[in-house]
Design a protein around this ligand. Structure first.
Ligand SMILES: [Zn+2]
Length: 195
């Protein structure tokens, strides 16, 4: 089991949530049900405060999440300070035209950062269950040099092949690599590749 790091910014929860939804779709050929997502949120250390009427509410010390299971699964991740400008949204849906399951993280405030957090949505072919894109999702771990995003080798290889290795998957800034570790001077997060 990966170590569950303490969640601070919304992105530190959105990333492992998107990663787990992606893995679930790759393994089972379906998106998780709302109840499965509630389980994932609890596994990620959140407490369930409310569920019912098409909505579930979870929180930890720093974050609040709102799960809306509709046509698509939507999880809004909001700082408990109420700073909505930092909020992000994890969206997972079955795109019938594309014939694929899509998992993406988008910032609530797209004025500052256009596009996807994680660089690309996860696009999973509904028939072959192959990943058709190069999303950079992972989980966060705390080290002496602060919180960093941990990704697996497969994610790293796909990212390298996509040619976007110098773009920070968290803020879109420019990453500086040293071996298998990178640091983003803009958002302050690091990235580490682990087997
Ligand atoms: Zn960054």
């Amino acid at each position: 089991m990966e170590r569950i790091s303490y969640s601070y910014d919304p992105v530190t929860l959105a990333m492992p949530l998107a990663e787990r939804i992606k893995r679930r779709a790759l393994e089972t050929g379906a998106l998780p049900e709302a109840d499965d997502v509630r389980d994932i949120l609890r596994e990620l250390g959140l407490e369930e405060l409310y569920t019912g009427k098409g909505l579930a509410l979870h929180r930890n010390r720093h974050l609040v999440t709102l799960l809306f299971p509709r046509e698509a699964l939507i999880v809004d991740v909001i700082p408990s300070s109420g700073e909505l400008s930092d909020a992000v949204e994890v969206i997972a849906y079955h795109d019938r035209e594309l014939g694929a399951f899509v998992v993406e993280i988008v910032p609530a405030n797209d004025l500052e950062y256009e596009g996807n957090i994680g660089l690309e949505p996860a696009i999973i072919d509904e028939k072959t269950l192959e990943l058709k894109s190069s999303p950079v999702f992972g989980h966060f771990e705390e080290g002496k040099d602060g919180l960093h995003l941990v990704i697996d080798v497969e994610t790293y290889e796909r990212w390298r092949e996509s040619g976007k290795l110098n773009t920070c998957p968290i803020c879109g800034g420019e990453l500086a690599w040293r071996g298998r570790e990178a640091f983003c001077p803009e958002c302050g997060y690091g990235v580490k590749v682990k087997d």
